[in-house]
Structures are given as structure tokens and as C-alpha cells.
Design a protein around this ligand. Structure first.
Ligand code: BG6
Length: 451
């Protein structure tokens, strides 16, 4: 069967930075072939040549243009004009008779309803059809109320099984690995609670600033751009109870339960904005948007009572690093210099797992020193491990939605963010990461490592 994917928002950053490289690899590695067509939809009146000229200025990675070009088409549309959807339908229908159709909305959430309505009313997607699916980029909504409104409208047009809400962190190799590391290793599973674990750190640091995404980012900020989705997804996978089975819905049930038990106290949040943010393109001159968040969350259940869950994310910081760190308690009073055990799940840029434990120093010394068991996830794999978007696009093509977010996951995470948004916080302007780190450490004694 022929496959057609239509991407709304094809002139955006996501298309250039993530989707083109992902498609390129999928064609190169023959997961997709010439039976796949990609329709690029934008509001600008381009020919395909004009579009590619612009795109190539923005794309920073190697793309297999020879493979991709014959599959591409550019279509200009006014998203609010119903005639344009009919025109799109004619183009798509003329192309192939029997087809599998996917629509990818890489646009701000405010546009989800109008585009969904256009797609449905024109008959591009029929509610319930197995061969017609629609993908929504994050953030899904701007808060709980808008997300609920959007979702209600989507359910008029599509069945839940046709809806794919993306959170690309779920497509990352090491995020998919969290449950395996936790639940297939008795040594960790037995220790996964407040008797043995002293704290958890969930980190997603970036060196880049807002780049040319001011239009989007200034309305959103780090809490909605990163915490509501990627960080809370990581928290839920790390802290959920063992599911009834490892079927997608059973896992999601447990993830939702634990996010409902998560709370963040007003005093446990630091919001920051990097110096120079307001000078970036399309940022309000008096913007109070946060580009940095540090928060201490608690999970109010028997397993996690008393274990702080530290969340840290921000732009324009000292390094690009996404990591989950499990700090174990240290109750050995018989030896000096004993460090706490630590399990580090490295998500990016390095993919792997480290386990830090204590050993005797080599030689005549009796000193206790830390040793590091270092598992490199990519080292045994020939070639590069697939990028998150590659995995998720392939799952979409294969009608596999387990790594996409279910509605109640979105709902529960917005509740957390909405609550935090009601707090009034001073915005700390940072020149460099050291300045915020100092602030964090001051309020959280003992939390110096690995930040
Ligand atoms: C996106 C955010 O979802 O994730 C971006 O919108 C952020 O602001 C990006 O830069 C980080 O993803 P990754 O895969 O580079 O860690």
C-alpha cells in the first residue's frame, strides 16, 4: 500500500532540525521507500524549489537528498480556508488509489482545532478509519483548560486510536530503556523505594538559546516547553509502580497514577531567564518568560515519601546533557569516605548507564574510593542508534502508538504545571550556569553533585 504523510508547519524549525534528518535516515536504511510520499504544507507561497532553497539554509545535518527529493511535494495552504483542504484532498487522491494517510501537525496548539476540522470536514480523514492517522506535536494545549477544549474537539473528528500525541523523549533509546533497567534487574527493582533511595535528579540541560523560535518560545517558556512533557514523562517512568503487564495501556495507567500523586511546593522552585534572551528574534522586550526551571517535587505515596525528585532544565547553560540520576542512601558508618551509590541513566548526548559503587583503592592503601561501571549503549551497535523522531515516525507508519502520549497523561501533567503557574516567582537573570547553581545549592544542601 502507498503511504502518504502530510506535514503542516513544514517551514518550521522542527521540520528542518528533526523531521528531515529522521526521514533521511528512514529512507537511507530502507524503512521507507519510493511508495512513500511526503507532502510539505506551509502558508508561504513557495514552489518546491523555493522551499528547498530556504530549507537547505536551515538544515544542519547531512540529508540523503537523492532519496528524498523524488518523494517530496510542497503545497501552499491557508489553514482556515476549507477550499484548501478540498484542494489538498484532490491532490492526494489523484496520487494513489489505495493508501495509508498520515497528517502531522507540527504547528502551535492554537492551530490544532482549525486544521483538524479542515482535515475532517474535507474527508481527508474519516473518523474510525484504520488507514488514516493524525499526529500532534507538543505542547498539547497551553494549559489544562485549553488542552481539554482541544481534545474534546478532536474526539468529534477522530477516534482515539487515530490520534498520536508526540513527546519525542519517549522515542529516545535510553528513555525506552528505563523500564527495562528498572524491572528486569532484581538488584534495582528491590531497591527502588525510599528505604534505599535518597533522591532522584532529572536533568535536561541545553547550551543553545531560543534560536529563531522566539515566536513560539516566548509564549511558552521552559515549564510548558520541557517540564510538562519531557521531564514529567521521565519522572513517571522512573517512579511508577510495576504495571499489571507491560502492555502500553497498563504502563500508561501507572504513569498517570504517579503523576497525580506528584506535587511541587511554591518554595521549591527557581525560575530563571538567561541574560540576552530579550534580544533574540521575536521576544517581547519586557518578557518574563522563564528559560530555566529548577524544582523539587515530591510524590505522595508510600514508595516515595521523603524522596526529593529534583527537576532541572534550561537553555543557554554550560552543557547539553539529559540524564536521570538515582542517588542511593549510604548507611555504612564503619568505613570512611564512603560515597553513596548512584545509578545514572544517560539519555543524551551520551547514551548509557553508569553505576557508581565503592571499592578499596588498589595497592597497599585501605582507602575507599568510588568505581564506575560504565555501560555504553551505542558502542555495541553498528552505526548510530536511531534518533527519537526516526523511531516515532516509524511507529506511526506501523500504527504502533505505545510510545505516544495518552490523553490522561497530558491531562495529569497539565494539572501539575497549572498549579506551579499560579505561584508568583521572581525571575532570576543568569549570566552563566554557575550563578544559578550557586542559588540552587544554597537552598538544597547536599545537592552539589551532578547538577
Ligand atoms: C523540544 C523543545 O521539545 O525539545 C525544545 O521544544 C528543546 O525547546 C528540545 O530544545 C530538546 O530536545 P533534545 O532532543 O534536543 O534534548
Amino acid at each position: 500500500m502507498k503511504k502518504i504523510i502530510t506535514i503542516f508547519g513544514a517551514t518550521g524549525n522542527l521540520m528542518y532540525k528533526k523531521l528531515f534528518p529522521a526521514f533521511s535516515n528512514l529512507f537511507k536504511n530502507r524503512f521507507l521507500d519510493s511508495k512513500t510520499k511526503i507532502y510539505l504544507v506551509g502558508r508561504k507561497d513557495y514552489t518546491l524549489e523555493d522551499y528547498l532553497l530556504e530549507a537547505k539554509k536551515e538544515i544542519k545535518t547531512n540529508i540523503e537528498w537523492d532519496l528524498l527529493l523524488p518523494q517530496l511535494n510542497y503545497i501552499q495552504m491557508d489553514f482556515s480556508n476549507s477550499d484548501d483542504y478540498i484542494r489538498l484532498k484532490t491532490i492526494i487522491n489523484d496520487d494513489f488509489t489505495e493508501k495509508d494517510k498520515m497528517f502531522y501537525l507540527a504547528v502551535p496548539p492554537q492551530l490544532f482545532p482549525v486544521i483538524s476540522k479542515g482535515i475532517n470536514s474535507s474527508g481527508l480523514i474519516t473518523k474510525g478509519s484504520d488507514n488514516e492517522r493524525i499526529v500532534f506535536e507538543k505542547p498539547f494545549g497551553e494549559d489544562l483548560t485549553t488542552a481539554q477544549k482541544i481534545n474534546k474537539e478532536l474526539w468529534q473528528y477522530f477516534e482515539e486510536k487515530q490520534i498520536y500525541r508526540i513527546d519525542h523523549y519517549l522515542g529516545k533509546e535510553m528513555i525506552q530503556n528505563i523500564l527495562i533497567v528498572r524491572f528486569t534487574n532484581t538488584i534495582f527493582e528491590q531497591a527502588w523505594n525510599n528505604k534505599t533511595i535518597s533522591s532522584i535528579q532529572i536533568i535536561a540541560k541545553e547550551t543553545e538559546g531560543v534560536l529563531r523560535r522566539g515566536n513560539y518560545y516566548d509564549k511558552v517558556g521552559a515549564l510548558k516547553d520541557m517540564v510538562q512533557s519531557h521531564l514529567l514523562q521521565m519522572v513517571s517512568l522512573v517512579t511508577m509502580e510495576r504495571p499489571k503487564s507491560f502492555a502500553s495501556d497498563d504502563i500508561k495507567d501507572e504513569k498517570v497514577k504517579v503523576i497525580k500523586q506528584l506535587s511541587i511546593d511554591k518554595k521549591d522552585i527557581i525560575l530563571g531567564q538567561y541574560q540576552g534572551y530579550k534580544d533574540a528574534i521575536n521576544i517581547e522586550s519586557n518578557s518574563a518568560t522563564e528559560t530555566f526551571v529548577f524544582a523539587k517535587a515530591c510524590i505522595n505515596n508510600d514508595r516515595w515519601k521523603g524522596v526529593p525528585i529534583y527537576l532541572l532544565t534550561g537553555k543557554s547553560l554550560d552543557e547539553k546533557r539529559s540524564e536521570i540520576i538515582i542517588n542511593f542512601k549510604n548507611d555504612s558508618s564503619d568505613f570512611k569516605n564512603v560515597l553513596n551509590n548512584k545509578l545514572i541513566i544517560r539519555v543524551a548526548p551520551v547514551e548509557g548507564v553508569n553505576f557508581i559503587f565503592n571499592v578499596k583503592e588498589a595497592g597497599l592503601s585501605e582507602k575507599v574510593v568510588p568505581a564506575n561501571l560504565d555501560y555504553c549503549h551505542t558502542c555495541n551497535y553498528l552505526g548510530n542508534t536511531p534518533e527519537a523522531y526516526e523511531k516515532l515516525l516509524l511507529d506511526l507508519f506501523n500504527k504502533q502508538n505505545s510510545l505516544f502520549t495518552r490523553w490522561d497523561e497530558i491531562e495529569s501533567s497539565w494539572k501539575v504545571i497549572d498549579e506551579v503557574k499560579t505561584y508568583k516567582h521572581e525571575l532570576f537573570i543568569y549570566n552563566n550556569y554557575e550563578e544559578i547553581k550557586e542559588l540552587i545549592v544554597k537552598g538544597n544542601e547536599g545537592l552539589i553533585d551532578d547538577l
